[in-house]
Structures are given as structure tokens and as C-alpha cells.
Design a protein around this ligand. Structure first.
Ligand code: PGA
Length: 268
């Protein structure tokens, strides 16, 4: 199973999000028949759309009977017994569940680096999502400076340890988690990591998980993100260590996103 997660970030307006979701769904039908004549099989793939909060409801309704699942781009960690509380501007797990979200991104580098989210904040979000029975997409990755200083592995280990350690006692509740390896310098720059280097890093992450968090490793899928598009997706997914992709900018354009899904199916 490979995951293709579309992160629409803050790119699209409410209307544009609904239109793109609508157009995407038109291109699929639940029988797997592609209107353009060929069979558009999506088996073997999990397709997820993460629109902005304001568009979750409309996009959720549009994709309800399609192969696409719904995800959110962030969440707040507190979950009082009532499900809500006095947290101005934040979004609750209760609401995201009610809207039909199955996946929630936590620790995206734009939140870590532009909004100063710490490893500890990300950890609280990650644990809250996992405990609620939703699938967290934990983003980790090094900056260009950290890469240059040969600190990549140390950074990844630190981010993983902080997020995963609090979860160990409740590991048995986990159905799945996604870990998105996203080098910060590759996000939105048009300069992806090479598939070969990404594969090596994914192997490193897997070995680290096997050693430090074996129970979590069993349910973890490691995906790559950072300037993925229709011409490079196949190069990443050809490797079994790369179990999918988190796609930003390229997933906000209809033809390009469809081409990414097509490209993902390329067999080597
Ligand atoms: P990008 O973003 O595909 O636009 O580089 C990826 C991400 O931020 O998840």
C-alpha cells in the first residue's frame, strides 16, 4: 500500500478547494472506471486530501463516496472531556472527527519553522491524534544548515524520540501512523532530495524505529515529501522503503495531481 497525501496548505480559496475536489471526484468513479476510457485502478493506494480548515466540510462532502479520504493540516492537542474548551483560534480533534477526518498532519516544517512549534508541541499533537484513533502524519526533516553541518540523523532522531516516546504505553491502540520525511530545504523549492538519498534516509529511519520503537515500527509507514511532482513521483515510489508521498504545491493543480496519481502507479 502506498499513500499519496495532498497538502493544499493555504494555497486555495474556499471556492477553489471545492472546485478542485469536485473535478478530482469527477475523474474517478467508485467502480474504478475512468471516464476517459481506460481503467483507473486505485487499489494499492490510499489517497488523502488535506484542505484548509475552512474547506474541510465542503471538501469532505464532495469526496465522501470517492476513493479520497479526508485529512487536516494541523490540530490542537488539548481534548477536555467535553471535546472542546477555552482555546481561542485552535481546532479540536472532536471537530475534525465530526467532519470526517481520518488523517491529521502534525509537525509540518512550515509550522515548526515559521510558527516556532517545538518538538514538545508536536509530540502533544501527535499523541492526541493517535489516542483519538485517527492516523497522525508526523513530519520530520532537517534544514539546509543542519544537513550541511552533518546533523541530519541527529535531528531526525531527536524529532522521533520526542514525538514517539510518550506513546509507548498505549502503542497497542495504534492502527497506523505515517512518518513523512520532508527535508526542509526541499519543500516548495523545486529541488527534491534524490530518490536514492531519500531511500537511504528512509532506511535509517526504519532501522531507528525498529531499534527504539519496535511496536510503533510495525504500524509505521514512511513517506517522502518535498517538491514531488508528476515527473519524479515514480522515481521515489519505485523503492519499497518509500511508502508514499506528501505532496504540496503540485497537488493543488488538477491535471498535475491526476498525473501524480498515474505516475505513482508506474511499475519498474
Ligand atoms: P511541496 O510541499 O510538495 O510543495 O514541496 C510538500 C509539503 O510541504 O508537504
Amino acid at each position: 500500500m502506498k499513500y499519496i497525501i495532498a497538502n493544499w496548505k493555504m494555497y486555495l480559496s474556499f471556492k477553489q478547494s471545492a472546485k478542485l475536489a469536485h473535478d478530482l471526484v469527477l475523474d474517478f468513479d467508485p467502480t474504478g472506471h475512468h471516464p476517459k476510457g481506460d481503467k483507473f485502478q486505485v487499489s494499492g493506494f490510499k489517497l488523502v486530501i488535506c484542505p484548509s480548515f475552512d474547506s474541510l466540510e465542503s471538501v469532505g462532502k464532495i469526496i465522501k463516496k470517492s476513493p479520497f479520504a479526508l485529512g487536516a493540516q494541523d490540530v490542537f492537542w488539548e481534548s477536555p472531556p467535553t471535546g472542546g474548551g477555552a482555546y481561542t483560534g485552535e481546532e479540536s480533534i472532536r471537530n475534525l472527527k465530526e467532519l470526517g477526518c481520518e488523517f491529521i498532519i502534525v509537525g509540518h516544517s512550515e509550522r515548526r519553522h515559521k510558527l516556532n512549534e517545538t518538538d514538545e508541541m508536536v509530540a502533544k499533537k501527535f499523541v492526541a491524534v493517535a489516542r483519538a484513533g485517527l492516523i497522525p502524519i508526523l513530519c520530520i526533516g532537517e534544514t539546509a544548515a543542519e544537513l550541511q553541518a552533518r546533523k541530519k540523523e541527529k535531528v531526525l532522531e531527536r524529532q522521533l524520540i520526542t514525538a514517539l516516546s510518550p506513546l509507548q504505553p498505549t502503542t497497542y491502540n495504534l492502527q497506523a501512523i505515517l512518518i513523512a520525511y520532508e527535508p526542509v530545504w526541499a519543500i516548495g523549492t523545486g529541488t527534491p532530495e534524490t530518490p536514492e538519498n531519500a531511500r537511504t534516509t528512509h532506511k535509517f529511519i526504519r532501522e531507528f524505529l525498529n531499534k527504539e520503537f519496535p511496536q510503533i515500527s510495525e504500524v509505521a509507514h514512511i513517506i517522502y515529501g518535498g517538491s514531488v511532482n508528476s515527473s519524479n513521483i515514480a522515481g521515489f515510489l519505485r523503492y519499497q522503503e518509500i511508502e508514499g508521498s506528501l505532496v504540496g504545491g503540485a497537488s493543488t493543480k488538477l491535471k498535475e495531481f491526476l498525473a501524480i496519481i498515474e505516475g505513482a502507479k508506474t511499475k519498474y
